[in-house]
Structure formats: C-alpha cells, structure tokens
Design a protein around this ligand. Structure first.
Ligand code: PEP
Ligand code: MN
Length: 263
C-alpha cells in the first residue's frame, strides 16, 4: 500500500543501482525527446559529467497536437541504449501503451508514466504486474489523493517500486506553462512513504526559471529532480523553451549541493 500508515519509513527504490528515496537527491537529466544519435549521446555525456545520476529522453511522446513530432519510437529506445552503454547512466523514458511493455521491461531502467496517462488504469495495472521501477507523474489536474490512488493501482498488482513526480498543475496562471505545486510534495510525502521527485522544467515551461524552482524543490524535501537538458534548445523538436543548456545544468548541479548541505 502507498499509505504511510502501512509503512512508516520512507521507501527507497533501487533503479539499476541508484537509490531513490530517503532524501538522497538523485537527479535525472536529458532532452525531452531523443532526436539523433549525436544529440542523445552528446547530452548524456554532458549531464553525466555534471553529476546527473540517470538520463531521460522520450522515444514515445504524448504531444498536445497530433501534427507535432511524436518521437522516434523504437529506434529512439535503441539510441538510449547506446547512450547508456557510453555513459553507464540508467535510462528513464515514457511508456504510452502496454503494447511495448515487454521491450520496456527489458531495456528501460525507470519507466515513466506521463501526466496524461496518470489515470490510464489499464496501463497502470499492466505496469503493476512487472517489478520495474515506475515514475508516476501527477496528472495535469489531479489532486494529491487521485495521484496516490494511481500509485495504488500499480502497487495493488504487486509492484511496490513506485516513485511520484510533481510536474506542475493547471491553474488560471498563463505566464508559466503550469504551476509548480511544492505543497503537494509535502502532502504526498506525509500521506505516502513513496519517494517524490520534482520536474521544474514542465512546471515552468521557461528555462530561466528552472534553476530557482529546482533549488526550491530540494529545500522542501524532494527526493530528486528530473530536468530537461538540450545541446541546442533553439532547435529542439520538443520543449526547447524549457530546456537548459548543458553548461547551465552543470552550474545548477553545483548550486544544488550547496542547498542540500543546508537542509
Ligand atoms: C515529459 O517528461 O517530457 C512529459 C511529457 O512530461 P508530462 O507527462 O509531465 O507532461
Ligand atoms: Mn518534455
């Protein structure tokens, strides 16, 4: 069960040897989407050098418009494997349909369920039948209770390896892409024992705001961060406006160490 009453201590989830939970501050970084071999391997190397613990990159993208880049699909997953072979960083990537589950179980280290699929209960049940770590993003307009109930769908099938991710919610504000709900991190950690990480990139939608929100997330007790980094944000096929350049990401990693020391 996700409820802390059943499990007073913080859960720590082992993702290919990287322990997430218990406020150890693990950082996932990489582009929104895998675009080319050079791009994903280049970004993976630079985030590894900066101290990231896992890498992200979408192969299957849930875009708002069907006419936008939908991701490379399976060839994108193959490129992620090449980037892992080069850097040793575990792979985090989004699943959109259970059709590809066998392949994901084999090749992906942390399977992401995107905000748009948080209440895709049949997908959650299928993921629950595996033992794979799952990164469950909060839905665009989901309450904390609904989000935890979605974690429960996975756990009820026997998979307790669930990590929650706050990525901003829809509010009346339009200046930012979403509104980062840091109080939800506190609430989710009080109500459940699961690790909670924060995605400041999708919350802000603006790259320059990402470092400040990332530091705030650490200060409220998040167990980690997932941050979009692109080698050439102006030309990114997806989410360039919210992506940090590798140099800025490296600088942020240094700043985060300072915050982690204080709290
Ligand atoms: C993503 O991580 O690129 C993504 C699509 O995130 P979300 O599901 O939070 O919108
Ligand atoms: Mn994105």
């Amino acid at each position: 069960r996700a409820n802390r009453a059943f499990h007073p201590d913080d859960s720590v989830i082992d993702v290919a040897g990287v322990k997430i939970g218990g406020r150890q501050m693990q950082v996932i970084a990489g582009p929104c989407s895998v675009e080319t071999r050079e791009q994903i391997i280049g970004v993976a190397k630079s985030v590894k050098m900066a101290g990231a613990h896992l890498m992200r990159g979408g192969a299957f993208k849930p875009r708002t418009s069907p006419y936008s880049f939908q991701g490379m699909g399976m060839p994108g997953l193959e490129l992620l494997k090449e980037a892992k072979a080069e850097t040793g960083l575990p792979i985090v990537t989004e699943i959109m349909s259970a059709d590809v589950l066998d392949k994901f179980v084999e090749d992906v280290d942390l399977i992401q369920v995107g905000a748009r699929n948080m209440q895709n209960y049949s997908l959650l049940k299928e993921l629950g039948k595996t033992k794979k770590p799952i990164l469950l993003k909060r839905g665009l307009a989901a309450t904390v209770q609904e989000w935890i109930m979605s974690a429960e769908y996975i756990m009820a099938e026997g998979n307790t390896n669930v990590i929650l991710c706050e990525r901003g919610i829809r509010t009346y504000e339009t200046y930012t892409r979403n509104t980062l709900d840091l109080s939800a991190v506190c609430a989710a950690k009080k109500l459940s024992h699961l690790p909670v990480i924060v995605d400041p990139s999708h919350a802000a939608g603006l790259w320059w705001m990402v470092p400040a929100l990332a530091k705030a997330a650490v200060a409220v007790g998040a167990d980690g961060l997932i941050i979009e980094v692109h080698n050439d944000p102006e030309k990114a096929l997806c989410d360039g406006a919210q992506s940090l350049k590798p140099e800025r990401f490296a600088e942020l990693m240094g700043e985060l160490k300072g915050i982690a020391r204080i709290i």
